[in-house]
Design a protein around this ligand. Structure first.
Ligand SMILES: *[C@@H]1O[C@H](CO)[C@@H](O)[C@H](O)[C@H]1NC(C)=O
Ligand SMILES: *[C@@H]1O[C@H](CO)[C@@H](O)[C@H](O)[C@H]1NC(C)=O
Ligand SMILES: *[C@@H]1O[C@H](CO)[C@@H](O)[C@H](O)[C@H]1NC(C)=O
Ligand SMILES: *[C@@H]1O[C@H](CO)[C@@H](O)[C@H](O)[C@H]1NC(C)=O
Ligand SMILES: [Cu+2]
Length: 344
């Protein structure tokens, strides 16, 4: 009966609106947390009609690569380099620790803000849902993310015997490419930060890996989001300093390889921001399953080396001169200020 089902739907919608209103007042904690605008982060793979949006995003990244640096990190030339150098400078204290996900959430939001406020970009940071590309494939090469025209360009040229960008990773099989990328909008942009902690003028390299893709499939993501608390969730997503198997964070970096596989200088590949946005989305998705608990659930040690100090919501997320010093508490709810975005 159409009228009955319409009434049921209306009732359901009213209940939903009521629930979200309650939720909103619950989490925004007063006017200071309210956003002027909440932007919607979308997946890169969304097809053709967004070609123009893709071009706008890439145009904005190229704009950051043309603006002068503001930080005083050694070797920085551009605004794009500022973010890469910040990541290099903090590398040992933002990975395999409790602040890993909060810190990268903040970094992405500051990068997104720079694209919008300094480069006229009006959209949101896109994300790369790798599961769509690799559930039925054993290399990321066919992904729209690596399209030479509407994406970030493809694999690096073949270097015989290549085994990872920085350090010897010949224990991991499946490397292809390894050299400079030759197509796409970033083939002509040389990086000055990296590899590792070095400052060298070098091209953007990639080395698509056929082994690592097995660890960024839907089954791995599902295993991550089913974890009951943040401690198990973050370990399932990032691993521990001694991880028996690859987890989605590392596996995403490895699947692209080259600069992306460099734990220090990986933000030199613009795809870094799409990969990390997807990890951030998975965290938000996991938080959304139980907001009551998970908007405040944080754990993990603050440093790999002893003494063991655990993170709390008051832990500060360093951004150098790139942004104000805020705490983990300030990034827990992506819908509230200063984050102000959601995922679609
Ligand atoms: C990398 O390590 C493997 C063994 O783990 C070794 O056989 C190889 O010679 C090393 N390559 C380089 C360039 O150090
Ligand atoms: C870019 O770096 C590569 C080495 O990775 C070098 O061969 C090339 O000359 C550089 N290009 C410019 C314009 O500096
Ligand atoms: C799934 O997560 C559990 C931890 O809860 C872990 O022991 C297991 O190795 C994971 N499985 C896969 C396929 O990653
Ligand atoms: C840190 O947290 C872990 C659980 O996540 C706990 O077992 C440990 O006792 C805590 N250590 C300190 C020093 O608080
Ligand atoms: Cu990182």
């Amino acid at each position: 009966m159409p009228s009955l089902s319409r009434r049921m739907i209306t009732g359901f919608l009213v209940a939903l609106l009521f629930a979200s209103a309650v939720l909103a007042t619950d989490v925004t904690k007063g006017p200071s947390k309210r956003c002027r605008e909440v932007i919607v982060r979308k997946e890169w793979l969304v097809p053709s009609k967004l070609a123009q949006n893709k071009a706008r995003y890439i145009g904005a990244v190229k704009c950051l690569q043309a603006l002068p640096a503001q930080t005083s990190f050694t070797g920085v030339r551009t605004r794009f380099d500022d973010f890469q150098a910040l990541h290099v400078s903090l590398m040992p204290e933002i990975h395999l620790v409790g602040q890993f996900l909060p810190w990268h959430r903040r970094m992405l939001q500051v990068y997104e803000k720079a694209l919008r406020e300094e480069c006229g970009y009006t959209g949101a940071q896109p994300y790369w849902d790798w599961t769509r590309d690799v559930d039925g494939a054993s290399i990321v090469a066919a992904s729209p993310v690596f399209d030479p025209v509407f994406g970030f360009g493809g694999n690096g040229i073949d270097i015989p015997g290549y085994a990872g960008q920085f350090g010897n990773m010949s224990d991991i099989p499946g490397w292809t490419g390894g050299g400079c990328i030759t197509d796409g909008p970033f083939a002509s942009y040389n990086l000055s930060i990296g590899p590792g902690t070095l400052v060298t003028n070098h091209c953007l390299t990639r080395s698509f890996n056929t082994f690592a893709v097995a660890f960024i499939r839907s089954s791995q993501v599902a295993n991550t989001t089913k974890q009951p608390n943040f401690e198990r969730f973050r370990i399932e997503l990032e691993g521990t300093p001694v991880t028996p198997t690859l987890k989605v964070h590392d596996a995403g970096h490895l699947s692209v390889g080259g600069e992306m596989n460099d734990r220090w200088s990986s933000p030199g590949d613009p795809v870094f921001y799409l990969h990390h946005s997807n990890l951030d989305r998975i965290w938000w998705e996991w938080q959304s399953m139980d907001l009551k608990r998970r908007l405040t659930d944080i754990s993990g040690r603050t440093s790999i080396d002893p003494p063991v100090v655990n993170v709390t919501l008051d832990f500060k997320l360093k951004m150098g001169i790139l942004a104000d010093l805020i705490t983990i508490r300030d990034v827990m709810d992506v819908r509230a200020s200063p984050m102000c975005y959601i995922y679609a």
